[in-house]
Write a protein of this length. Structure first.
Length: 143
């Protein structure tokens, strides 16, 4: 019961705070709801769930997070530069007023690669553990 309450609380918190910090909470809660019936099957539950968590962490680490503007005051040109949480500088679009939309596309692509890689590593690790336990149980029964 606690699993479902936690996942619903994350979804609710994500909806209430959707315009500020809510997106990752909503997405993780939604993933928990989708994968909830599989949570007792580690090989099926953990790889996609941790891959999704890794995607969210990577996205929010490398996507443009804060921006600063400088330039001539009084109708002149402004220069906007944005940075990610890990310090990646993102250039402004040609108008110079916003961060380029391609920055979000790049962050999404890199985060997708990170999420898939983490899911594959977790799956491989769980398979190794399962094989090791199976071989250990066969060795103890033959002795």
């Amino acid at each position: 019961m606690g699993y479902w309450i936690t996942s619903l609380a994350l979804v609710a918190f994500g909806l209430v705070t959707g315009f500020s910090i809510g997106r990752p909470f909503f997405l993780i809660g939604a993933a928990m709801l989708v994968l909830g019936r599989l949570r007792h099957r580690a090989l099926v539950f953990w790889p996609p769930f941790l891959g999704f968590v890794a995607y969210n962490i990577a996205y929010f680490a490398i996507a443009p997070f804060y921006c600063s503007a400088g330039g001539i005051v009084g109708g002149g040109l402004t220069n906007t530069t944005c940075s990610s949480l890990v310090g990646i500088p993102w250039p402004a679009d040609p108008s110079g007023s916003n961060v380029s939309a391609s920055a979000f596309d790049i962050a999404n692509g890199v985060s997708l690669i990170v999420g898939v890689a983490i899911a594959a590593l977790v799956y491989g690790g769980l398979r190794l553990v399962r094989k090791r336990k199976a071989s250990e149980s066969r060795q103890t029964t033959t002795i």
